[in-house]
Design a protein around this ligand. Structure first.
Ligand code: BES
Ligand code: ZN
Ligand code: ZN
Length: 491
């Protein structure tokens, strides 16, 4: 990953192969902007532009807010891929604006760290970027007193280190989700988790098929049945001394979702390697919390399995008995994520969490409803939903609350079992799926639980924001932000 570092030298003093200058349309006036050059080209600041004589790369910036800055960081790195420069420098010099704040500079840095990602493992001809380093000038700090400058700079560098941890964690999730399904099996994810914990404060427990049977996870096991790849429940734990709270995260880890006997049409099956995105997000978050040394006990539960077809497959009309003891009538084997999650959420509640959050690429309906950039937030506790929403938006990920209601709850009633895995209506599919999960949340945990449907942003087919083609690592940034905000709130 790109190395980003902060320096007390002025932008002019910093030595790098290329200077990066951010431009908001034609309005920006600054000594680093060669107005004559730009006017001659009638530059509209819509795409990056390289000024050879000045060794300067102009990067368009939509506005001075953090979201635009993050995106500009990604734009910079992508533009620099076509140049041979090893190092680049950037300064944030708009003296009179919030442009100078730590938050915007950090957002730019995160965009730069995440925007350059590509999954090139299987490309014979890789096109690696020459760029190794991005130097940030903290010039704008030097107006304060010397000791204040030093203190602020140290604080900034510390925050920059945290950004590196976050970016690395996002890329862990991206790499795993992008890994093709014949390689990234449940067993592969389990081995990955066991490797990951080796140099961290995490521990890892793996439950195989026999243990899942002992756990009476009838819903999870039914989904996994037809696959030649056996399921793995991955349980990661982070237990600091004197934790203030206990949080359990659960992730849907379908290493492939063919739809099962309710087989998906070909066009819809493509990208279903990304149905493990929730689980991979949990892995990424767990990596971060251990490195950030949060003072919360955190568990990550990943329900990994594959939804396939075959003589042994579970069927529409089957009735399953879940770990909570509730019976489920199967209306569609493609609504499998909620079955795996029902049993994993049951297991999670036995850990007695203060907060319980699941991440899942659960429904196409969520994508239809919110668009492909936004995740759905659901649950029974409005305050918790609002807190999570705030953290998510602060992290740079988009979310929106989808409200439960008693009418939709009736749509998942079954005549022969306690609940049906599909809704009787074609509308409100994201909420009915969320409310199905809610059926497996015990009364005493209803106010502690959140469901996050990341089906929209998890996999990117046309790049947007800081997300290149492929897995985005959706859920990782919002999850980390929520947990660090929670630990701050406890102080
Ligand atoms: N994994 C899919 C949901 C999905 C769809 C994720 C598109 C990402 C992009 C899930 O298991 C599924 O197939 N859901 C069905 C539910 C239906 C059968 C009730 C869906 O959304 O169509
Ligand atoms: Zn499905
Ligand atoms: Zn699925």
């Amino acid at each position: 990953m790109l190395k980003v570092s902060a320096h007390k030298e002025s932008f002019a003093q910093l030595k790098a192969d290329v200077a990066v200058v951010l431009i908001i349309k034609k309005k920006t006036k600054h000594k680093w902007i060669d107005q004559e050059f730009l006017r001659a080209l009638d530059y509209q600041a819509k795409s990056p532009l390289y000024h050879q004589q000045a060794k300067t790369l102009y990067i368009p910036l939509e506005s001075l807010d953090v979201d635009s800055m993050r995106e500009a960081g990604a734009t910079t790195i992508k533009a620099l891929k076509s140049y041979p420069f090893k190092s680049a420098k950037i300064g944030f010099y708009a003296q009179d604006s919030k442009h100078n704040s730590d938050a915007t500079m950090l957002a730019y840095a995160l965009g730069a760290m995440l925007g350059g990602y590509s999954f090139d493992k299987f490309l014979s001809k890789k096109q690696p970027s020459a760029l190794r380093e991005m130097l940030i000038s903290l010039e704008s700090y030097t107006t304060d007193s010397a000791s204040a400058t030093k203190e602020r700079a140290q604080h900034f560098s510390k925050q920059l280190d945290e950004m590196k941890i976050i970016a690395h964690s996002v890329n862990i999730a991206r790499d795993l989700v992008n890994t093709p399904p014949q390689i990234a099996t449940p067993k592969y994810l389990a081995s990955y988790a066991q490797e990951l914990v080796k140099d961290t404060a995490l521990s890892c427990k793996i439950l195989k098929k026999q243990e899942l049977k002992k756990q009476k996870m009838g819903a999870y096991l039914a989904v996994a049945k037809a696959s030649s790849k056996s399921p793995r429940l991955i349980h990661l734990s982070y237990k600091p001394k004197n934790p203030k709270k206990k949080v359990v995260l659960v992730g849907k880890g379908l290493t492939y979702d063919s739809g099962g006997l309710s087989l998906k049409p070909s066009d819809y099956m493509v990208t279903m390697k990304a149905d493990k995105s929730g689980g991979c997000a949990v892995l990424g978050i767990m990596n971060a919390v251990a490195k950030l040394e949060l003072d919360i006990e955190i568990h990550g539960i990943i329900g990994a399995c594959e939804n396939m077809i075959g003589g042994n497959a579970y069927k529409p009309d089957d009735v399953l008995i879940s770990r909570e003891g509730k019976s489920i009538e199967i209306g569609n084997t493609d609504a499998e994520g909620r079955l795996v999650l029902a049993d994993c959420l049951s297991y999670a509640q036995d850990l007695e969490p203060d907060v319980l959050i699941d991440f899942a690429t659960l429904t196409g309906a969520c994508v239809v409803g919110l668009g492909e950039y936004t995740s759905g937030v659901m649950g029974y506790n409005q305050k918790l939903q609002l807190d999570f929403t705030q953290s998510a938006l602060d992290s740079g990920e988009l979310v929106a609350i989808l409200p439960f209601n008693r009418h939709i709850k009736k749509l998942i009633e079954s005549k022969i079992a306690d609940v049906s895995n599909v809704s009787s209506s074609r509308y409100g599919g994201a909420i009915s799926a969320g409310m199905f999960l809610g059926e497996f949340i015990r009364e005493s945990y209803k106010d502690k639980w959140l469901h996050i449907d990341i089906a929209g942003p998890a996999f990117v087919t046309k790049e947007w924001d800081i997300n290149p083609y492929g897995a985005s690592g959706a859920g990782v940034r919002m999850g980390i932000q929520f947990l660090s905000d929670l630990s701050q709130r406890n102080k």
